[in-house]
Design a protein around this ligand. Structure first.
Ligand SMILES: [Zn+2]
Length: 86
């Protein structure tokens, strides 16, 4: 991850990170320009999902199927079986 000094614009580096949650990390940064020497904290946060995780899809699908009446579950599985054979 490229990071730049917020004061002079030179390249900076992340010296350490503090993971408060999986979606919020504090990055401790320092400017690589010796004449500047600025150190600062930047926040890295989760914004939003573009495509859900395949693992989440499996869980969602299973939950939906489990909530269906048994007759409707059988109907769906019968249709899936026919498509797999065709
Ligand atoms: Zn700097």
């Amino acid at each position: 991850m490229r990071i730049y000094c917020t004061t002079c614009g030179s390249k900076g580096r992340i010296s350490s990170r503090e993971e408060l949650t999986k979606a919020f990390v504090k990055l401790y940064c320092q400017c690589l320009d010796a004449k500047c020497g600025h150190t600062w904290v930047a926040n890295l946060t989760f914004s939003h999902t573009l495509r859900p995780s395949a693992q989440q899809l499996d869980v969602l699908l299973f939950d939906r199927l489990r909530d269906l009446p048994p007759a409707q579950q059988r109907e769906l599985f019968d249709q899936l079986g026919k498509q797999a054979v065709a």
